[in-house]
Design a protein around this ligand. Structure first.
Ligand SMILES: Nc1ncnc2c1ncn2[C@@H]1O[C@H](COP(=O)(O)OP(=O)(O)OP(=O)(O)O)[C@@H](O)[C@H]1O
Ligand SMILES: [Mg+2]
Length: 159
């Protein structure tokens, strides 16, 4: 049985993230969406809120669970018996950082493998950062996030 983790900040979960999880859930027996506390990024949503939103959005995928974590991603993988780390590539711009991260992870934990998935084309330009910025400024993000997430984002509107 191959269990994978999909780590990220998920601030908040987008349709791009969903597309990736759905693909991973077909390939692996179990997928843990692992939400990093990531205080350095000063997230808009608390860790609890991010976990709760992701869990609700991903509820229709039976072999997917959502967990929050702090600390090293590869440590979380080891502790939870997850042998694969799934990451997403939207464009070449993601590649450099993701390549560096994957190599560093391998250096720290040789037994954990990183695999990359790409989303369907219409999701390649979606990032949580852009979604947050648009929502905070009163823009419409209904194409990019689940209605549950859209409703939560509306509470952060500044205009
Ligand atoms: N639309 C998307 N399609 C495919 N992969 C994605 C998409 N958005 C994020 N990812 C991938 O998901 C993983 C976790 O991403 P993360 O939580 O940083 O989301 P993000 O949208 O990049 O948010 P932020 O803008 O806050 O960095 C990363 O590997 C990232 O490349
Ligand atoms: Mg990112």
């Amino acid at each position: 049985m191959t269990q994978a983790m999909y780590p990220g900040t998920f601030d908040p979960i987008t349709n791009g993230h969903y597309d990736l999880v759905r693909r991973a859930a077909v390939i692996f027996d179990k997928v843990v969406v692992a939400i990093a506390a990531n205080p350095g990024k000063t997230p808009l949503f608390t860790l609890e809120q991010r976990v709760d939103l992701a869990a609700r959005v991903l509820a229709d995928l039976p072999n997917v669970t959502v967990k929050g974590y702090s600390g090293l991603t590869v440590e979380f993988a080891r502790q939870n018996d997850l042998s694969v780390v799934v990451r997403g590539l939207r464009a070449i711009s993601d590649f450099e950082f993701e390549f560096q991260l994957a190599n560093m992870s391998r250096h720290i934990a040789r037994d954990v493998e990183t695999v990359f998935l790409t989303p369907q084309e219409q999701f390649t330009f979606i990032s949580s950062t852009l979604v947050r910025e648009i929502a905070v400024l009163g823009g419409n993000v209904s194409e990019f996030v689940h209605p549950i997430v859209e409703a939560e984002l509306r509470k952060h509107r500044r205009v």
